[in-house]
Design a protein around this ligand. Structure first.
Ligand code: FMN
Length: 161
């Protein structure tokens, strides 16, 4: 998928189909996190794939049902700071969306419990799955997706000095 189209059509979705995500795609999603540029290339992160503890981890985020219904749950853990976590998360989510898998970032409500489950400080939890209500990015041009997105207009965000 064209990169701009992927960015423009990507919405954070919270309802996932039962269809499992193939292992090779799971690997590409995780590898997209690994490849992320980061501060001084220190790579101060681990990607914890939460399987048997999915239900317990769900209780530690703000919207448990996002995690409970997910077909892949990845906790970005470690000492990585804001911009690094953001780049890593977006890389994983865009890689997934490029292959039809949608996702949502999840903030942590109970840091201590999440750290206990994952064995490290949890910065962000990503829930993934094929969308319960399929959306075809190719059904409209990127410019249409952009115009439909609930975002401030570019004119309000861009200044030239
Ligand atoms: C750091 C971060 C934390 C977020 N935490 C949550 C969350 O706890 N629960 C949730 O449902 N969505 C969460 N979101 C998703 C935002 O609500 C979402 O990005 C925003 O509503 C835009 O959604 P859209 O792209 O579908 O328009 C989070 C997003 C970010 C960037």
């Amino acid at each position: 998928m064209d990169v701009y189209l992927a960015i423009a059509s990507k919405r954070d979705q919270r309802d996932y189909a039962d269809t499992p995500i193939p292992e090779d795609l799971v690997r590409r999603i995780l590898d997209s996190g690994r490849l992320s540029g980061n501060s001084q290339n220190r790579q101060r992160w681990e990607f914890v794939v939460v399987e048997t503890a999915q239900q317990q981890l769900a209780e530690t985020v703000w919207q448990p049902r996002n995690v409970l219904g997910a077909k892949l749950v990845v906790a970005i853990c470690g000492d990585a700071q804001g911009i690094d976590v953001g780049r890593c998360a977006q890389n994983m989510m865009l890689c997934a969306w490029g292959e039809g898998v949608t996702s949502c970032p999840n903030g942590i409500r109970d840091q201590d419990a999440a750290a206990e489950i994952c064995g490290a400080q949890v910065k962000l939890v990503l829930s993934f799955g094929y969308p319960a209500r399929p959306r075809n990015p190719e059904s409209r041009p990127a410019e249409d997706w952009s115009a439909r997105a609930k975002r401030k207009p570019l004119d309000e965000l861009v200044r030239r000095v």
